[in-house]
Design a protein around this ligand. Sequence first.
Ligand SMILES: NC(=O)c1ccc[n+]([C@@H]2O[C@H](COP(=O)([O-])OP(=O)(O)OC[C@H]3O[C@@H](n4cnc5c(N)ncnc54)[C@H](O)[C@@H]3O)[C@@H](O)[C@H]2O)c1
Length: 440
Amino acid sequence: MTYFEAITQKISDKAVKIGVIGLGYVGLPLAVTFARNGIEVLGFEKSEKKAEAVNAAQNYISDVSGSDLLKVVNETKKLIATTDFSRIKECDAVIICVPTPLDKFKKPDMSYIENSCIDIGKNMKAGTFISLESTTYPTTTENFMKPIIERESGLQEGGDFWLCFSPERVDPGNKDYKTDNTPKVVGALGEEAKQIASALYSLAIQHLHIVSSPRIAEMVKILENTYRLINISLINELALLSGKMDIDIWEVIEAAKTKPYGFQAFYPGPGIGGHCIPLDPFYLEYIAKNYNFDLSMIHTAGAINDLMPYRMMNKIAFALNRYKKAMNGSTVLFLGVAYKPDIDDARESPALLVMEQVAKKGAKVLYHDPYIAEVTDEQGTRYTGSELTDELIAKADCVVFATNHSCFDAKRITEKACLVVDMRNVVKSVAIEDGKVFKL
Ligand SMILES: NC(=O)c1ccc[n+]([C@@H]2O[C@H](COP(=O)([O-])OP(=O)(O)OC[C@H]3O[C@@H](n4cnc5c(N)ncnc54)[C@H](O)[C@@H]3O)[C@@H](O)[C@H]2O)c1
């Protein structure tokens, strides 16, 4: 039996064992999804704490259902987490879900993918299928991963192992679309890899869209997120201009949305956050330079967004000034530090950058976020969340809506507050005293 026949047989028998490397926001839901479908999954984690939590069925990712985790860990025992990477040799397929951050010069930090490829290459058996789900620049699978795995394993791509790229599209907090019902783009290297990828992902994912190569799939993911970056930047810039022209941008967007085709609404805010939109387009910008190509739209969009937190700091200073108050010495209460509503993730959150700037100007910064008890800004300053009492709201010189969590009671907060800066249109339907609420 060839390696190809062996793995395809195991997949069709549902006897394939999958390794998922990195059990974070992407890896844990994926591991649980396969395990829920009766597939044996070994989760590989560098963090002992996370591996122990998974094995104790303690959920730390809000998009994973606690009861699903309990079931696959304790009842069916289909999911086991480990920090022992030598166990990669037990797996027939390995899916990589490790971080792909930028360094401080906005250059891709490929060290996580590189380390995973080394771990796989050193420990895999021949006949293993490997898929990368971490977001990265086009050509990574072929030009970056393949040589490392071949070097470390002494095996040949195509005959001894297969490669694939399948971007993760998880939208944290989305109630309708989860890992299994979000259509999945899959781009494998070679015909055999394509067949394996298609059969393997079909075990747990409802809709696959197979493309002709990994680099197409890599570009798909970057296109999706670049599209968002550029549109959010555009609306942020228009929001700033609208503010100067006494035009309510939120009313403009609501009206534009009535057009049944050709327009998709994006909303302004203090900047962009999360693990994707602020980072992914810069992976493309980096590789474009290798082709002597300047991606000026990404560059401009990034620059607009980088300035937003400073503009928001100015907005707060402007609002305080109207009330004859200086930023220095004022108490500013931020509501929401998550990068988007109703989630517990503050990574790259623009709220943190505004807080940092406001604190630098001498204000006392407090925050409340029902989902996040503690945060640390880029400078290492640690904040502990406050309880949202009427007294706290009234005591603050300025209350800032930085995230539009749906549980925020805009009426109560605006009534109790002396001054409100609303960066997210939270106060939209509340009758407010003239001059008390400053909108983005
Ligand atoms: N979070 C999202 O919404 C989202 C959506 C789509 C795509 N992505 C992409 O998916 C990838 C993973 O993102 P995430 O949000 O899951 O990150 P994360 O930080 O939540 O999880 C990554 C996990 O990998 C672990 N890890 C790091 N190096 C490791 C190694 N060498 N071996 C094993 N484990 C290792 C970390 O401890 C962590 O638990 C990134 O490329 C990201 O851009 C994320």
